[in-house]
Design a protein around this ligand. Structure first.
Ligand code: F6R
Length: 603
């Protein structure tokens, strides 16, 4: 949801900003802009479209300024055009600023500033920062920023440069991520470490309400902070021979399962060893219920977790849409666990749900991929995914990793209750086998590609699943409509199709049925019979060896047999591939589907 980068140091800023911003394009790609400053002049460029389309031309620009900021936009306030692209600036064109976030009282502030004579050039909420800073500026940029921030309500990560107090960048954050990369005689600024891993691994994460001042020689934060090391490989931000990040990340699904369980299983004792939960251990012993929250794909992972926790750990569990959570009256207490699931760790709706749950005394746990992210820091304890950088805007490998860790959590919580050693051991043994089973599913990639080509002429799809695979039907449909957005898809619980949606079904309406050989197999087979008798084209995901179902459907993708609770980890893989290949078949950019952003830091 918008990406910010900045640079100050000894080298020309512009090429560094271009390469850094390109790595943040997944956060928004409606439009972009650059500002750089040297002793006597400035460079400003704002364009609609993707940076990659402009990269070559941008790199040919010869501008030597050693300080600059840049921004890639995912429009919230103000339509997509050059005027609304960042950086924005004040009336005198002296203060330049980029912003990620949303300002809630911007209308009122704008009216006040207009009454005072300020002239706005865009329709964005961001521009009010420039005029407020202009209003309070008396020679010191950070002081003006501090005063301006007192007026705004909402969330922000900002980076600003003033020609009247040059040679410094001032940063501030509240509810949106912002990092400072430290190197020898130079600093990098970014919303996400992905932008700076090729320059430095030493980072400082700004906290909410902090203001930082950076000059080429030093940085100053109101509260001095330690420098941490980030352990990503640069290659994680590369495609490793795949045409798209999304495909690369789907092919990493076996590996993320392996990483998620590595060192976290004592199979002999049937125990999951989740060190991140140690500090919450006493409270976890006494919990009565669990509320899982998250958005989009992360919430669907939570829905699988709900089945797992109730069936195997016997803890009452429910899943809440994070964006609705605090508008209801959630009934929580100190014996409730709120488990927040988030790949980015920055999703504003999920963060607000955590804050609400903590206010009510619940124990907040995080299941987060991004180390040091806001959710990781605001929860009381948690487990990291270790899925590595996910660049494709659609969540794929992070989902598989979330499901794997939910299974580990089931063992961890279940063994504190009545789960037997035998069951604990069985789940862990099977988790150990899963990476190789997942690789077997991926061996069918070419076949799945051909199926995607075959089905690509259809405009509507229904996905059906039951029990553990109901959330997978939702995830399959979400992935298809995101990635192959020219088609519509709906995920429905297998038992619900006859209660209305079946009216849609005819020969032009393919139905994708997730029908592993599990405890609801017969029920799913009934649903297949129901849509088959309405002439639907049926593509089934079934368990290897099931010949019966082959007779009932048009096409079939087999997945290996595993424990029922773990089938979603395998059944989702062909659905991720199917969406990716269908999107490619329709000529779409599967890494950057239209209208989306990877990290949604506005409510
Ligand atoms: C779907 C997708 C989104 C995210 C959702 C939550 O492919 O990527 O639905 O799952 O925005 O994001 P995180 O997990 O970062 O909180």
């Amino acid at each position: 949801m918008c990406g910010i980068v900045g640079y100050i140091g000894k080298n020309p800023a512009l090429p560094i900003l271009v390469s850094a911003l390109k790595r943040l394009e997944y956060r928004g790609y409606d439009s972009f802009g650059f500002f750089a400053l040297d002793d006597s002049s400035h460079f400003l460029l704002k364009k609609v479209g993707k940076i990659s389309e402009w990269e070559k031309r941008l790199l040919e620009i010869n501008f030597g300024g050693n300080i600059g900021i840049a921004h890639t936009r995912w429009a919230t306030t103000g339509k997509v055009d050059e005027r609304n692209a960042h950086p924005h600036y004040d009336c005198k064109e002296e203060i330049f600023l980029v912003h990620n976030g949303i300002i809630e009282n911007y209308q009122q502030l704008r009216e006040e500033l207009v009454r005072e004579g300020h002239q706005f050039k865009s329709d964005t909420d961001t521009e009010i920062f420039c005029h407020l800073i202009e209003k309070y500026f008396q020679g010191n940029l950070e002081e003006a920023v501090r005063e301006a921030l007192e007026k705004v309500q909402g969330n922000y990560a900002i980076a600003t440069i003033s020609k009247r107090d040059p040679n410094k960048i001032v940063l501030a954050r509240l509810g949106a991520p912002l990092l400072i990369g430290v190197s020898d005689g130079e600093y990098f600024i970014a919303s996400d470490p992905a932008a700076m891993v090729s320059y430095t691994r030493r980072v400082i994460t700004l906290d909410d309400n902090e203001i930082a001042v950076i000059t080429p020689q030093k940085h100053f934060i109101l509260k001095e902070k330690p420098i941490e090391n980030i352990d990503w490989e640069i290659k994680e931000a590369q495609k490793k021979g795949f045409s798209h990040f999304m495909l690369k990340e789907i092919f990493e699904e076996p590996e993320v399962i392996r990483e998620a369980v590595r060192g976290r299983m004592d199979i002999e004792k049937g125990l999951a060893v989740l060190g991140g939960l140690d500090q919450a251990s006493e409270r976890l012993d006494k919990i009565n219920n669990i509320v899982i929250t998250g958005c989009g794909t992360a919430r669907y992972a939570g829905m699988v977790g709900e089945y797992m926790f109730e069936e195997y750990a016997e803890i009452p569990t429910k899943v809440e849409v994070a964006s609705e959570f605090r508008y209801r009256k959630p009934l929580l207490n100190e014996r409730t666990v709120l488990l927040a699931i988030s790949q980015s760790g920055e999703t504003a709706d999920t963060l607000e749900a955590i804050r609400e749950a903590k206010r009510k005394g619940a124990l907040a746990l995080g299941l987060v991929n991004r180390v040091g992210s806001s959710i990781a820091r605001e929860t009381d304890a948690g487990v990291y995914n270790r899925a590595g950088l996910e660049v494709g805007v659609a969540a794929t490998k992070s989902f598989v990793s979330q499901l794997t860790i939910l299974a580990l959590l089931t063992v961890s919580l279940g063994r504190k209750k009545d789960m037997s050693l035998v069951i604990g051991k069985r789940i862990l043994e099977e988790l150990n086998r899963l990476p190789s089973l997942a690789s077997r599913v991926l061996e069918q990639a070419d076949y799945i590609k051909r199926l995607a080509q075959k089905y690509s002429k259809h405009k509507n799809f229904i996905y059906l699943g039951r029990k553990y695979n109901y959330p997978i039907a939702l995830e399959g449909a979400l992935k298809l409509k995101e990635i192959a957005w020219k088609v519509h898809a709906e995920g429905i619980c297998g038992g619900e199709i006859k209660h209305g949606p079946i009216a849609l079904v005819d020969e032009s309406f393919p139905v994708i049925c997730i029908v592993p050989s599990d405890s609801v197999y017969e029920k799913m087979r009934n649903a297949i019979e129901e849509v088959r008798s309405r002439n639907a084209k049926i593509l089934a995901i079934a368990t290897e060896g099931n010949q019966e179902i082959k007779e009932l459907v048009d096409d079939i993708i087999y997945i290996p047999k595993t424990l029922e609770m773990l089938t979603p980890i395998l059944s989702v893989i062909p659905l991720h591939l199917f969406a990716a290949y269908l999107g490619l078949e329709l000529g779409l950019d599967i890494d950057k589907p239209r209208n989306l952003a990877k990290s949604v830091t506005v409510e």
